[in-house]
Each structure stands twice: as C-alpha cells, then as structure tokens.
Design a protein around this ligand. Structure first.
Ligand code: FAD
Length: 287
C-alpha cells in the first residue's frame, strides 16, 4: 500500500526504521526483531541507505525480503550523495521492477572520509531531484525528510522550510522528521509549514534512547538539541545502558503521548534494529 493511502486511513500509522546489518548474525537477529515488530501491526517499515550509498544492494535486498517474506509494507530510503544520476535511476527502476511502492527521497549523509557534503560529479544535487525522478515514474509514493530544528547545512530556517515545501509541491506525500527531544520544536515546525500551506502529514521521528553516549553522538551528528530535562535524566544513566533503555522508554512514551494528543497522523520509530523499546512504548500508549 502506498504512503498516501496509509496515512489517509483513520488512526495512527506506525512506522519502524531499520538499517542493513553488516553481518549474517546481525541479519538473523534483525529478522527476529522484525517478527516482534510485526505484532505491533506497523503501517510500514523502512530501510536506510548507508551514508554515500554504501549499502545500495543490501538496502534493496532487505526491502525486498521485508516486503515479500515478512509480509510487511516497506519504504526504501534513497539518497543523492555518492552516486551518479544513472545509478540513482537504476535503483528506482529496480524498486519499480520489484513492486516496491514507497521511497524516501533524501540528500543523504556524506560517506566516511568526506568532510563536507559534495554532490557526485554526475549526480543530483538535492533531494528534490530524486522526488521528481520518483514521481515521474508514476508508481511510487514518495516521502521526504524534515528538520524541526532546521537542517545543519541550511543557510536559514526560512530557506530550509521553503525548500521542504518545494519537495512537497514536487509530489512528496509525507514528511518524516529528524529525531527531536522537545515537542515544542516539532509544534513550531508544523505551525510554520501550515503557514506555507503544506498539508501533507508531518510525521514525527522518535528515537527511543538506548544509551547516553550514543544519544550524545547522534545529536551531535544531526545537530539536534538535548533539552535540559532530558540532560538531567541522561546524567543519571551515563554508564548504565539498561537504565538508559528504561529511561528512554519512559521519555519517548511521554513524548508520543503529547504528540498523539496534538493529532499526529503517525509516528516513525528509529528502532536501531531493536524491538524492545518500540514494543514497550506502544504498550505504554495502549497501541
Ligand atoms: P535536501 O532536501 O537536499 O536538503 C539538504 C540541504 O540543502 C538543506 O540544508 C536544504 O535547506 C538545502 N536545500 C534543499 N533543496 C535545495 C535547493 N533546491 N537549493 C539549495 N539548497 C537546497 N541519510 C542517509 O544517508 N541515509 C538514510 O537512509 C537516511 N535516512 C533518513 C531518514 C529520515 C527520516 C531523516 C530525517 C534523515 C535521514 N537521513 C539519511 C539523513 C539525511 O539524508 C541528511 O540529513 C541530509 O543531509 C539531508 O537530507 P534532505 O533529504 O533534507 O536533503
């Protein structure tokens, strides 16, 4: 089922993001986790595209298995960086052949060793180029990324919002946000996009925290803020990952509760290939 139809249904559409594991053991573990996630009845699962297109084959392979073997709806992430236009079009055509209906069109993180983001010499420059390519094929529903705290490379918050609106105007059916820990940032983002007459679902990306050092690394990488109330909680679990997981479940549950009250169309969980926290949060929310 396409993203547009999934979010048009009544009720919350849950989605869960995975990354392609590096090892066979990791893959085995992932499929066990997916079986648990399946019981939560997610609208779809998504698979990341490694920085600089580094997991192209693995991503497409995993997307296909989740769709055809696990029997779940999927969305394949696809990025601009690190590949030529021909290669990007090749992936879209492959997904089309395999009957995959949903794509998340992204600029992409730079590959390891690339200090600054640079487009491939024969590649697209921005996510909007991929949106246009995917939409033109006529068989995809397309999602795009949104940044409640502004994208780190944006020249201004205003321009970032305008470029996002352009992606929606080019045919994107949904915006999925970067992780954030202060719902006020999300509420302001939605408000600003409403003022620009953006009407597609703006789905919050939720990260269940698994460890204090890890979340500090992530927030530094994606320039997200750790609000004071979370900083205090993190300080208590700095060296205890089990306690961090439980704190993360509690924090994300309160965050989601407020987002549901606000009326979000769905929630996108950054699962880090683990089902435990996602399952516990859904249980807390009565989902
Ligand atoms: P773009 O829309 O190209 O925007 C990038 C920057 O360029 C922004 O600062 C924007 O303001 C500016 N810009 C946009 N359009 C224009 C224009 N026409 N002219 C001038 N400037 C412009 N990364 C991965 O590598 N793999 C993944 O699987 C992945 N999954 C993600 C999933 C989600 C839900 C999110 C939120 C992010 C994900 N990322 C992933 C990270 C993302 O690819 C990076 O943050 C990337 O730097 C920005 O992507 P974008 O799609 O917003 O790019």
């Amino acid at each position: 089922m396409k993203l547009a139809d999934l979010y048009a249904r009544s009720g919350l559409t849950l989605s869960v993001e995975f990354f392609p594991p590096k090892t066979e053991k990791g893959e085995e573990n992932l499929f066990s986790e997916i079986e648990i996630i399946k019981r939560l009845n997610p609208g779809f699962c998504s698979v990341t595209y490694g920085a600089g297109g580094s997991t192209r084959e693995k991503t497409v392979g995993l997307v296909e298995t989740i769709h055809n073997v696990c029997g779940l709806e999927v969305m394949c992430h696809l990025t601009v960086v690190g590949q030529s236009k021909v290669e990007a079009r090749g992936v879209l055509n492959l997904l089309k052949e395999k009957g995959i209906e949903n794509v998340l069109a992204l600029g992409g993180d730079p590959p390891q060793g690339m200090a600054d983001w640079r487009p491939h010499p024969d590649g697209f420059h921005h996510a909007i180029d991929l949106v246009r390519e995917a939409v033109a094929l006529g068989c995809f529903s397309v999602g795009v990324a949104g940044f409640p705290e502004c994208h780190p490379r944006a020249t201004s918050r205003e321009s970032d919002l305008i470029f996002l609106k352009e992606k929606v105007d080019a045919g994107a059916a949904v915006i999925i946000t970067q992780l954030f820990f202060d719902n006020d940032d999300y509420f302001r983002f939605v408000d600003d996009l409403c003022k620009l007459h953006v009407t597609v679902p703006i789905v919050p990306g939720v990260l269940p925290i698994l460890s204090a050092p890890q979340v500090r690394r992530f927030t530094t990488l994606c320039c997200s803020r750790i609000p004071e109330k979370l900083e205090k909680e993190l300080a208590k679990v700095e060296t205890d990952d089990n306690a961090a997981v439980e704190m993360g479940i509690e924090y994300a549950s309160r965050q989601c509760e407020e987002l549901i009250k606000f009326g979000v169309a769905g929630m996108h969980f950054y699962s880090l290939n683990k089902s435990y926290s996602v399952q516990a949060i859904c249980k807390n929310l009565g989902l």
